[in-house]
Design a protein around this ligand. Structure first.
Ligand code: AFP
Length: 356
């Protein structure tokens, strides 16, 4: 037994030495092909996001053994949703890694009603970080995968009211976006508008190491990922799509309750994720600035597509910080298929109105 273990250790040792250990910060600089101050800033911001990811991953890995790490805080967030202790912890981690960094002037997250300013950073750091600290937090208490989603934007103007009104712009304005998936391994996937790249946290090094460069989402995939429990609350076009995949061979359902996990699968294997509007929530559940727009940026960089059902998701301009939008995202052909059901219902509706 010891012999086998030694052989495995030897093999693992050689495997890791054989790898070209590209770290995240080096990768950002290589992508930008520059060492100027904005390239250095972006690289340093990504490094801080990675640090937040490591701190959150460490807490998650032990949460079940720690007093007071799991469960609800007893409060609700700006959206009226019950706040979990891990939501609060992760939100504060992102704030703390940017304190005194000179990098990010303000942070906005779904856990905070208004943007959080770090005044000492503002004279030099004109960037804003928008983030969902723990996406899929209902998974935390049962030890399933969760994620963090992030987006970096440039601050425009002085925002005298400190409400972040300049953030109410379309998704093309994002400088970078990505997510961290806390699964069997911790994976960071990001884009600065030059393809999509994945890094895996090597816990023995404490570093995110490049695992895949220039990821391309398959043009079509078999997965459809949607909470079918909401079927009776959807518009007819969504039901049409669902009936279609039920009646055609080659589709399979996967839904984890954490958007980041579902998107990660779709990025690698193809398919479509949907969170349409419901009767209770006509704009769906997902927040544009912290969830949908960053993931749309990423998926489009990988060759995929994202839509609200009415327009390309990245074109959508919000009117409020915590705005929600329906989301259809994934492989190009799958998204087109869903959109075709929406267009057909719209056409029928127009015809019906013209006749009556
Ligand atoms: P929480 O972060 O509040 O747990 O919500 C997770 C999420 O925003 C997204 O990650 C999931 O895909 C989606 O909500 C699940 O929502 P339903 O439970 O309504 O399907």
């Amino acid at each position: 037994m010891t012999g086998i273990m030694n052989q495995i250790q030897d093999w693992e040792h050689h495997q890791s030495l054989d790898r070209d250990c590209t770290t995240l910060s080096r990768h950002v600089l290589e992508q930008l092909q520059s060492f100027d101050s904005s390239a250095q800033d972006l690289s340093a911001i990504m490094n801080r996001i990675a640090l937040a990811g490591k701190l959150i991953a460490r807490r998650l890995s032990r949460a079940g053994l720690m007093e007071g790490a799991l469960g609800f805080t007893g409060t609700t967030n700006v959206q009226g949703e019950a706040v979990k202790r891990m939501d609060l912890f992760a939100n504060e981690v992102f704030i703390s890694v940017f304190q005194k960094s000179g990098l990010v002037c303000r942070l906005a997250s779904e856990e905070m009603e208004e943007p959080y300013y770090i005044p000492e950073n503002c004279p030099i750091g004109r960037y804003s970080l928008l983030y969902d600290p723990i996406d899929g937090s209902s998974n935390v208490d049962v030890n399933l995968n969760v994620g963090s989603i992030f987006s970096i934007r440039q601050q425009e103007g002085d925002d005298p009211e400190q409400t972040g009104s300049d953030l109410l712009q379309d998704g093309h304005k994002q400088l970078a976006a990505g997510y961290i998936l806390y699964g069997p391994s911790t994976v960071l996937v990001y884009s600065i508008g030059q393809g999509v790249h994945a890094f895996i946290l090597d816990p023995s090094l404490g570093e995110f190491i490049l695992s895949a460069e220039n990821l391309k989402i398959p043009e079509h995939g078999s997965v459809y990922s949607v909470n079918e429990g909401n079927f009776w609350q959807w518009e007819e076009s969504m039901r049409d799509f669902t009936r279609y995949v039920h009646r055609h061979e080659g589709y399979t359902a996967r839904y984890s309750g954490a958007l980041v996990g579902d998107i990660h699968r779709i990025l690698y294997q193809g398919g479509v994720f949907l969170y349409p509007g419901t009767v209770k929530q006509p704009s769906g559940k997902l927040r544009l600035l912290y969830e949908s727009a960053p993931l749309a940026f990423l998926i489009e960089q990988a060759g995929g597509k994202a839509s609200t059902g009415v327009m390309p998701l990245l074109d959508y301009v919000p009117t409020e910080l915590h705005q929600r939008t329906p989301l259809i995202i994934g492989s190009r052909k799958n998204v087109d298929l869903v959109d075709s059901f929406i267009q057909e219902r719209t056409r029928l509706e127009l015809e019906r109105k013209a006749v009556s």
